[in-house]
Design a binder for this molecule. Structure first.
Ligand SMILES: [Zn+2]
Length: 506
C-alpha cells in the first residue's frame, strides 16, 4: 500500500493508500485505527482508538515518544526504522516537521497541534506563542472563526505540503539547514546526522542549487563526497599549477573574470579553483555541486573556512608533481594558499584586482605554456568520478554544452542540470560489460518508469539520480535512478528507474 516515487537522502515522496506522502494525518483519520502503536506513550494511546485491525505487520512503523528524545537519540530512532514506512507520532510542529521528514518520516500527525491549542499555544512557522498575543499574526479561515486547533493543524499541514514540494525539487536540505537555526536541539540533530549517519541513500548529483549559507553546509553529503571523490580521481600532469579564485557565475570558465584571464594569458597548465568550501580542479568544474552552488561572498573568511579549504587544497596540490605553483589570488583566497602551501615556493601574481593589467602581465610572465588542454580531460575525469572508468574520444560543442564522440558515434554528453555525464549506447554497453551502474530487468518493454518488482539485479553502488544502464535479454537502455541500488533489489514496490532511451540489444 506504500509506493515510493522519489528518494532524496533519507527523505522521499510517495503514495500511501492513494494519498501523497509525506502526509499529515489528523485525529479521527481512518488510517489511525489501523496502526499498531505497540508501546505507545500514554499521550498517543489516550488520543487514538487503537483497533485490532492492524496493517501488514512491519509495514508502518509508529515511532512514538519522540518528544522525549535528545538530538542523537532522535536521529538514531529514525536510523533504526530506515526502510519501513515511518510514522512520527505526536511529534510534528511547524518548526521541526521539515527535519522529521528529512530524517525519513513518511507520516506525521496533528496531535501536538491539538495538544498545544488546548494549552492556549498558537503556532507560527517558527515559534510558539500564547494565543492572546497572536491577534495580528494570521488571517487564515480558522483564525477568523477563533478555531485554534484548526489554525495549528493548518500550520503543520502547510509545512508538510512545502516539504513534499521541496523533495520533488531536490531542495529540502537547503530549507532544513535554514529551519533548524531556530532551535539548537534541531541544529544538533542535523549535525549528528551529517557526521554519524549512513549516506548510501544520498544522491551525488542534484538539479537544485547548493547553498553554502552556514556551518552545516560544509558537512553536507555532496560536499564531503565531491572533495573526497574528486581528490581520488584527480590526475594532474603538468609541471606548473595555476591556482585561481572562484566566481559567482558557474561554471567558472564562463564567468567574466576567468574569460578575461584566458583571453589575455595563454593557460596551458593544470588549474585548481578555490572557493568556500570547495576546491575544484578545472577538469571537475562541471560536476555537481561545483557546477551549481552559491556561497555568501563578503571578502571575510573565518578561520574555520580558511583551514577547511586549505587542508583540501594541500591534498590536491600534493597529488601532482608540480615544480612551479602560481597563485593568481587575493585577500581570503591568498590566506588559504599561504596556509595550505607553506612548504612550497608559491609565486603570487595578483596585485589588487586579479584582472588588472599589471596582474595579468605578471601572470603571463611566469606562466609557461605546457600545451595542456583541460578540454580533452573533462570526460575522462568526470567518467572516473562518476563511473569508475574512463570515457575518452573527440569533444565537440560550445563549452559547457559539450559532447563526446568516438568513431563518429555519440558516447556521452554533459548533463548541465545535474552536473554529471549522460551516456549513449556506446558507453552504456561498456558500462554493462564492466558491470558498473547496471540494472537487470525482466523481459518486458520498459516505458517511462521501471518499477522495483521488474528488477532482477542491480549494482549496489547506485544512488538516486545516478545515470544507470538497464538491460534484459532483448533490450539495453539508459535511465536515471530514482532509488538506491539496494532498494531496487529489496523493494517490492516503488519507482526505480526513469527511462531515457532504449534500443534492442544486438
Ligand atoms: Zn490562522
Amino acid at each position: 500500500m506504500f509506493y515510493q516515487e522519489k528518494r532524496e537522502g533519507y527523505a522521499r515522496v510517495g503514495k500511501l493508500n492513494g494519498k501523497r506522502t509525506p502526509l499529515m494525518i489528523e485525529l479521527g483519520d481512518e488510517l489511525l485505527k489501523k496502526i499498531d502503536f505497540g508501546k505507545a506513550p500514554y499521550s498517543a494511546k489516550f488520543l487514538v482508538d487503537v483497533s485490532e485491525d492492524l496493517l501488514p505487520k512491519g509495514e508502518i512503523f509508529a515511532l512514538t515518544g519522540i518528544d522525549r528524545l535528545d538530538a542523537r537519540q532522535l536521529f538514531r530512532a529514525f536510523e533504526e526504522v530506515r526502510g519501513k514506512v515511518v510514522y512520527a507520532v505526536a511529534a510534528a510542529k511547524p518548526v521541526n516537521v521539515s527535519l522529521l521528514i528529512y530524517f525519513g518520516a513518511d507520516i506525521v500527525d496533528n496531535f501536538l497541534a491539538i495538544a498545544k491549542a488546548k494549552e492556549g499555544i498558537f503556532f507560527t512557522e517558527d515559534y510558539e506563542i500564547p494565543v492572546e498575543e497572536s491577534e495580528e499574526l494570521c488571517s487564515c479561515k480558522f483564525c477568523e472563526e477563533k478555531d485554534l486547533v484548526g489554525h495549528n493543524t493548518e500550520m503543520v499541514r502547510r509545512e508538510v505540503k512545502k516539504c513534499r514540494f521541496l523533495i520533488a525539487k531536490e531542495e529540502l536540505r537547503n530549507y532544513v539547514e535554514a529551519k533548524v537555526k531556530h532551535n539548537p536541539e534541531l541544529t544538533a540533530a542535523l549535525r549528528i546526522a551529517d557526521f554519524e549517519g549512513e549516506k548510501e541513500l544520498f544522491p551525488r548529483f542534484k538539479r537544485s542549487k547548493c547553498y553554502f549559507s552556514n556551518l552545516e553546509s560544509v558537512n553536507r553529503f555532496e560536499v564531503q563526497y565531491f572533495l573526497k571523490r574528486a581528490f581520488e580521481c584527480y590526475k594532474p600532469v603538468t609541471k606548473t599549477l595555476l591556482i585561481l579564485p572562484c566566481t559567482a557565475k558557474k561554471p567558472y570558465l564562463v564567468s567574466k573574470t576567468h574569460r578575461i584571464i584566458r583571453s589575455k594569458v595563454k593557460v596551458g597548465v593544470n588549474e585548481i579553483i578555490i572557493s568556500s568550501p570547495l576546491v575544484v580542479p578545472r577538469e571537475f568544474e562541471l560536476v555537481y555541486p561545483a557546477l551549481n552552488y552559491d556561497t555568501p561572498v563578503t571578502g571575510y573568511w573565518s578561520d574555520e573556512e580558511v583551514s577547511f579549504v586549505a587542508s583540501w587544497l594541500e591534498k590536491f596540490v600534493k597529488k601532482g608533481n608540480f615544480e612551479k605553483i602560481v597563485a593568481h589570488v587575493e585577500g581570503g583566497y591568498r590566506k588559504v594558499v599561504e596556509r595550505a602551501l607553506k612548504d612550497f615556493d608559491v609565486i603570487y601574481t595578483a596585485e589588487g584586482s586579479i584582472i588588472s593589467e599589471s596582474s595579468l602581465k605578471k601572470l603571463s610572465a611566469v606562466l609557461e605554456d605546457e600545451s595542456y588542454n583541460f578540454f580533452d580531460q573533462i570526460f575522462p575525469s568526470i567518467s572516473r568520478y562518476q563511473f569508475d572508468l574512463e570515457f575518452d574520444g573527440d569533444v565537440f560543442g560550445k563549452y559547457p554544452e559539450i559532447e563526446l564522440y568516438k568513431c563518429d558515434e555519440k558516447v556521452a554528453r554533459i548533463d548541465l542540470n545535474y552536473g554529471k555525464i549522460d551516456v549513449y549506447m556506446f558507453a552504456a554497453k561498456r558500462l554493462l560489460k564492466e558491470k558498473k551502474f547496471f540494472v537487470k530487468i525482466g523481459n518486458f518493454e520498459p516505458k517511462g518508469t521501471i518499477f522495483a518488482p521488474g528488477i532482477i539485479e542491480a549494482d549496489e553502488k547506485i544512488r538516486p539520480n545516478d545515470t544507470v544502464v538497464f538491460y534484459s535479454d532483448e533490450i539495453i537502455g539508459v535511465g536515471t535512478a530514482l532509488m538506491s541500488g539496494k532498494e531496487m533489489i529489496n523493494k517490492k514496490k516503488g519507482a526505480a528507474v526513469k527511462v531515457k532511451r532504449v534500443e534492442p540489444l544486438r
